[in-house]
Ligand binder design. Structure first.
Ligand code: MSS
Length: 366
C-alpha cells in the first residue's frame, strides 16, 4: 500500500482514520467508517472541491457575508445577518457526489474513483429559499431555473465561465431548497461551504453550492462550463453537450456498510447485515438484502429514526451464517415504485451509479 496522503490544511480537523485522501480536493469516507447510526459526523464526511477551497478568512466575519439575489421582484444583496432574521428550518439530506460509485465502472472513466464514501447524511439549518423569495416580492416573470454561484476567487486570465462553480436546477426544487449556515449543529465549516451554502435536497452534490455568493432565477440554465458541459449523462465515447441529461435528482440507491469487508472475517452464527438506502426526493419504501449475490432476497428491517424523505434510511437484516464465503447485496425500492437496478447506466464520466451488483460486497465467515 502507498503511504496515506495527509489531510489538507482546511480539512486538518477531520478524522484521518475514517477517510481515504485521494487528493487535496477529493476525500472519501471509508465504508467501514459509516458506522451504524443515521447522521454522518462532520469529522468523517467526504469532501469534493472543483476549485481550491477559498481562504479561511471568509469565515472571519460570517454575518457580513453577502448574497446577491436576482430574478425576483425586488432584487438586492442580503447579509447573512439579515438572512438569519428571515426564517429558520432544519432538514436532513443525503449529500452525495454525482461520481460516487465511479470506481465500479470497468471503463475507468476519468475522475476520482469513489466507491461508496462520497456521500453522507447530514443536518442543515438555515432559511428556506422560498422565504427569501417571498421577502423580495416573489419571483420575477419567466423563472424556469434556480441558479447558485460559488464564491471562490477565480484564477486570472481565463474565461470565468470556464471555471466558475455555477449550477442551475429546475425551479420546482425551490420549494425544498435551503440557504444553510449550520451543519450537524455547528457553524458551517469552510470545507463544507461556510459561511453560507445552497442545499438542494434530493439533488446530486454538485448542485449544492458552497460559499454561495449569487442566487438567481432565470429563463435559461447557466452558461458556465460546469453546467453546460460538465455533470451530464454523456454516452460512452461521445462529446459532452448541453442537450444531455444533467445530474440533478439522485436515483434510488443502497449499499451495505457492515459487517465491513475491510474488517476481516466474521464469526459463524448470527450476523447483523446493515447499510443505508435513499432515493433523492422520494422516501424509501423497502430494502431487500441478498447473501447469495442476488439469487434470492430477504426483506430487511428499516431501523433508526426516519429523518424525512431526503435523508437516508438505515436497514438491517439478521441472518444465521455458517462458515463460507458470501456475496452480500442490497436493493432499495422507493415510494414511487422505483427499484434499484442490477446494472449501472454506462456514461462517459461515471455518474449516477446505483447498480446493486456494483455495490455488493464479499463476506468471509469463518
Ligand atoms: N460548491 C462550490 N462553490 N465549489 C465546488 O467546488 N463542488 C461541488 C459541491 N458544491 C463545489 C461546490 C461538488 S461536485 C460536490 S460533490 C459537493 O459540493 C461536495 O460537498 P462536500 O461538502 O462534501 O465537499 Mo460532485 O457531484
Amino acid at each position: 500500500l502507498p503511504p496515506a496522503k495527509p489531510l489538507p490544511a482546511y480539512a486538518a480537523w477531520k478524522n484521518p482514520a475514517a477517510l481515504v485522501v485521494h487528493s487535496g480536493t477529493t476525500i472519501e469516507t471509508r465504508r467501514s467508517a459509516f458506522g451504524s447510526s443515521v447522521i454522518t459526523p462532520a469529522q468523517q464526511l467526504y469532501i469534493r472541491n472543483n476549485l481550491p477551497a477559498p481562504d479561511a478568512s471568509i469565515l472571519d466575519k460570517r454575518d457580513e457575508w453577502t448574497l446577491e439575489v436576482s430574478g425576483v421582484k425586488q432584487p438586492r444583496s442580503l447579509s447573512l445577518a439579515e438572512l438569519k432574521t428571515l426564517g429558520l428550518e432544519t432538514v436532513a439530506t443525503v449529500l452525495q457526489c454525482s461520481g460516487n460509485g465511479r470506481g465500479f465502472f470497468p471503463s475507468k472513466p476519468s475522475g476520482t474513483p469513489w466507491t461508496v464514501g462520497a456521500a453522507g447524511c447530514v443536518l442543515w439549518s438555515g432559511v428556506p429559499v422560498r422565504t427569501v423569495v417571498a421577502a423580495l416580492g416573489g419571483l420575477a416573470e419567466g423563472a424556469v431555473f434556480l441558479t447558485g454561484t460559488g464564491g471562490e476567487k477565480l484564477p486570472e486570465g481565463v474565461d470565468p465561465l470556464s471555471v466558475v462553480v455555477e449550477r442551475s436546477v429546475p425551479i420546482k426544487a425551490l420549494e425544498d431548497c435551503l440557504l444553510a449556515w449550520e451543519m450537524n449543529g455547528e457553524p458551517l465549516s469552510l470545507a463544507h461551504g461556510g459561511p453560507l451554502r445552497l442545499i438542494v435536497p434530493g439533488y446530486q452534490g454538485v448542485n449544492n453550492i458552497k460559499y454561495i455568493k449569487r442566487l438567481s432565477f432565470d429563463a435559461s440554465e447557466s452558461k458556465a462550463k460546469i453546467m453546460a458541459h460538465g455533470y451530464r449523462m454523456t454516452p460512452p465515447g461521445a462529446q459532452t453537450s448541453p442537450d444531455q441529461a444533467s445530474v440533478w435528482e439522485m436515483n434510488v440507491k443502497s449499499w451495505i456498510n457492515g459487517p465491513a469487508a475491510d474488517a476481516g472475517p466474521v464469526k459463524a452464527g448470527r450476523v447483523q447485515i446493515h447499510g443505508v438506502a435513499f432515493a433523492g426526493t422520494k422516501a424509501i419504501e423497502r430494502v431487500e438484502v441478498s447473501v447469495d449475490g442476488g439469487d434470492s432476497w430477504h426483506t430487511a428491517r428499516l431501523v433508526g429514526p426516519d429523518l424525512g424523505r431526503f435523508a437516508w434510511r438505515q436497514f438491517a437484516l439478521s441472518v444465521q451464517l455458517p462458515a463460507g464465503t458470501y456475496q452480500l447485496a442490497s436493493r432499495a425500492v422507493d415510494t414511487a415504485g422505483n427499484v434499484q437496478p442490477a446494472d449501472r447506466v454506462e456514461n462517459a464520466h461515471g455518474y449516477n451509479n446505483n447498480s446493486w451488483r456494483d455495490h455488493a460486497v464479499k463476506l468471509v465467515v469463518a
